[in-house]
Unconditional design. Structure first.
Ligand SMILES: CC(C)(COP(=O)(O)OP(=O)(O)OC[C@H]1O[C@@H](n2cnc3c(N)ncnc32)[C@H](O)[C@@H]1OP(=O)(O)O)[C@@H](O)C(=O)NCCC(=O)NCCS
Length: 168
């Protein structure tokens, strides 16, 4: 009698991965921690609410840009870029040599006092000494920011915009 030669049979392993295992004490502790972590979204929401509000001065910083045409400062909110302040050199008959102020904050971040803190910090860090801003009379936000940074309204006979200046 001849027996049929077959290849080695595949070793059948017990299906361990399908078997439900009782969780250890360590795993139970980890599960509890995960449940606690699941509460984070609610805290996140709370944080987002805070983030939409007025910022603290310490959250705003300025970092110098590399430009030869103007003195530029990147505005950072907790390390993330959030607009710029530029001091652009000008000469005119009234102020002679000075810099004009250009400040921009992205729309969703406006009204949180980032602008005023950034301008104050940029003026302090700046190598310029006479700062002038020309703005539309309706630009209340800019006027408030400039006033907070110590700028004063001045009479500027050339043009009908509001003019404010600050001397270090
Ligand atoms: C002007 C600008 C830089 C101000 O930055 P900001 O971070 O929004 O300013 P702040 O939050 O520090 O202050 C703005 C103030 O104006 C108020 N404000 C904003 N828009 C206003 C409006 N349309 N009318 C009245 N008040 C307004 C804010 O409520 C805030 O008032 P508060 O001091 O009572 O809280 C920013 O709004 C911006 O980038 N605007 C567009 C570009 C521009 O106009 N640049 C100026 C060129 S010099």
């Amino acid at each position: 009698m001849t027996s049929k030669i077959t290849g080695p049979k595949e070793l059948e392993l017990p299906n361990f991965h399908k078997r439900k295992r009782k969780s250890t004490l360590d795993e139970k502790v980890a599960d509890t921690a995960k449940m606690e972590l699941n509460e984070v979204p609610a805290a996140d929401l709370k944080n987002k609410k805070i983030k939409k509000g007025i910022v603290d001065e310490s959250q705003v910083s300025v970092e110098k840009m590399a430009s030869k045409k103007f003195e530029g400062w990147r505005i950072k909110l907790e390390g993330t870029v959030c607009g710029h302040v530029k001091f652009i050199p000008r000469v005119d008959e009234i102020f002679k040599r000075h810099v004009t102020v250009d400040i921009q904050i992205p729309k969703p971040q406006q009204g949180r006092h980032i602008g005023r803190y950034a301008l104050q910090k940029a003026v302090v860090a700046s190598g310029c000494s006479l700062f002038v801003a020309h703005l539309r009379k309706s630009n209340i936000a800019s006027k408030k920011v400039l006033l907070a940074a110590g700028f004063k309204e001045v009479v500027f006979p050339l043009g009908n915009q509001l003019c404010m200046s600050f001397k270090k």
